[in-house]
Design a protein. Structure first.
Ligand code: BDR
Ligand code: CA
Length: 314
């Protein structure tokens, strides 16, 4: 069986937690490291959450390292309105006890990439891009060494933190600019795609029926997250589980349609800073190294996720 090696750079966060479960429970994913970055909450809080999630599922042998406590240039923006004051409000996890890796996340990322054969590791950032930008500045050779970057962030037709900018990009647009301008293959799993990634009542019931501690956590988590979306955005539907989609793409790219197109990050706009400007004007040139995800097979996503939860519950 082919195993895909990934490094997950995250800011848990309810949907980050779901992405971690998908990665840990899927037999095709080899999760080599989890790194954290300021985003949904402060670095201390998201690192605490990452440790708690990993220990909760018994994943004690995978290194976790804390990364950047603030963006490269801008002041910190967190998302308490989405994830609460802890970053995982509405859930209850035991306090973590295992120590984290003493390296900075940037060093864990670089060391992990260099200790594996070239082009075998996929970077999966599902938070702001601060750690990844610093890693590539510290060790530019990793651009040639990683297989690809599959990130949750951006959007080619809409934003969420502003009219045109998505949270993970707008919180550190300079970092995003660095990452998108390196010549590694990048798949942008942005809001255009992730807004399709919503469970429904039936899926939520299927998850609840698993009746394991992990499924209970998932239900608590998604209920909290959806309630917030409904209050803020006037949704009647379930909330989109963004970060899950990036891991799902690594597991099975055919779960999404993608289009090759150049993408750059707006840094100067008075209204548009953090926009992932995507150029669809003509067929992309052969050297184009970026693509955007456009259409999701949503039933397949949830089937994949539920299968992971079943594996973790064993
Ligand atoms: C992204 O922002 C965060 O709040 C989520 O965890 C996700 O990574 C969605 O815009
Ligand atoms: Ca996230």
């Amino acid at each position: 069986m082919q195993k895909y090696k990934i490094i997950l750079d995250c800011d848990p966060g309810h949907d980050d937690a779901m992405a971690i479960f998908l990665a840990l429970g899927n037999p095709n994913i080899d999760l080599l490291a989890v790194t954290t970055v300021v985003g949904n909450q402060t670095l201390d809080k998201v690192t605490h959450n990452a440790r708690a999630i990993m220990e909760f599922v018994g994943a004690n042998n995978i290194p976790i390292a804390a990364g950047c406590p603030r963006p490269l240039v801008r002041t910190i923006q967190t998302a308490p309105e989405v994830h609460g004051s802890t970053g995982l409000d509405g859930t209850h996890l035991p306090e973590p006890t295992q120590p984290i890796d003493q390296r900075h996340a940037v060093d864990l990322i670089i060391d992990t990439i260099k200790s594996h054969p070239p082009k075998t590791i996929t970077l999966v950032p599902i938070g702001g891009l601060t750690n990844i930008a610093l890693a590539v500045r510290k060790a530019p050779e990793i651009v040639e060494l990683v297989k690809e970057v599959v990130l949750m962030g951006g959007g080619y037709h809409t934003g969420n933190r502003s009219a045109v900018a998505e949270f993970n990009i707008i919180i550190d647009p300079e970092a995003a600019h660095i990452v998108f301008n390196e010549k590694w293959p990048i798949t942008m799993v942005g809001l255009d795609l992730t807004h399709q990634a919503r469970p429904n009542d039936l899926i939520m019931e299927q998850i609840a029926r698993l009746n394991t501690p992990i499924s209970q956590f998932v239900v608590e988590s998604l209920n909290y997250y959806t309630t917030g979306y409904r209050q803020r955005n006037g949704y009647s539907d379930h909330a989109p589980v963004h970060d899950l989609c990036a891991v799902a793409y690594v597991i099975n790219p055919s779960i999404m349609e993608t289009v090759k197109a150049p993408i750059d990050i707006e840094l100067q706009g008075t209204l548009t800073t953090g926009m992932t400007v995507t150029d669809f004007r003509m067929p992309a040139k052969a050297e184009c190294h970026t693509q955007v995800a456009t259409k999701l097979d949503n039933p397949k996503l949830w089937e994949m996720f539920i299968n992971s939860l079943k594996q973790l519950g064993k």
